[in-house]
Design a protein around this ligand. Structure first.
Ligand SMILES: [Zn+2]
Length: 190
């Protein structure tokens, strides 16, 4: 059975062009530090502080490029630390999601919505999807065999696009729960 690469997404922020300027100064743009596995996506040099009613989390990474709407992706542990709501959502589905404040070197942004815990998902190209026998938006399970914490995750949404590279994305809570560290692969179970 073919297996899919499992990658852990640490807490991160996607920013709109307007919010980049508010946080980093007029005319500011994002500076690429490192490419991510998904083509065209990159980690940035810039960082922000997340501020909630309970606590702050400094030095949070920004992923580029800029997006139409600012979105904050945290683990549920982070959401508790901050004291904010973070409903489990697919990226981009932010109506009615959590609020928080972002602080950068040049300014602050209060977002009334946009804080989510990303729904675990698998990026596949159309060719990968055919190989795995799955289709876009299908919900599957993924079994991860690890050293002492083998775990099967349900409610994993498949996303298919020619722009993707094959990878499952889980957050740090999920990764810790399954000891899915290092180079890790999961088996897709229908
Ligand atoms: Zn992803």
């Amino acid at each position: 059975m073919a297996k899919v690469l499992v990658e852990t997404s640490a807490r991160h922020v996607h920013l709109s062009a307007a919010d980049i300027e508010t946080l980093f100064g007029a005319g500011a743009t994002l500076t690429e530090k490192k490419p991510l596995s998904q083509p065209g996506q990159f980690a940035c040099e810039e960082r922000v502080t997340l501020v909630g009613p309970k606590k702050s989390i400094p030095n949070v990474i920004i992923l580029g490029p800029a997006r139409p709407a600012t979105q904050v992706e945290v683990s549920l542990t982070d959401a508790r630390t901050l004291g904010v709501a973070a409903p489990v959502r697919e990226s981009g589905d932010i109506d009615g999601s959590g609020a928080c404040k972002l602080v950068g070197p040049a300014g602050e942004v209060e977002i009334p919505v946009g804080v989510i815990a990303a729904k675990r998902h698998i990026h596949l190209t159309p060719a990968d999807a055919e190989e795995f026998g799955v289709v876009d938006k299908e919900i599957v399970s993924v079994k991860i065999d690890s050293c002492g914490r083998s775990t099967t995750f349900g409610d994993v949404v498949v996303r298919v696009s020619p722009k993707f590279a094959a990878a499952m994305h889980i957050d740090t809570d999920e990764s810790n729960a399954a000891c899915a560290f290092g180079e890790c692969y999961g088996e897709i179970i229908k």
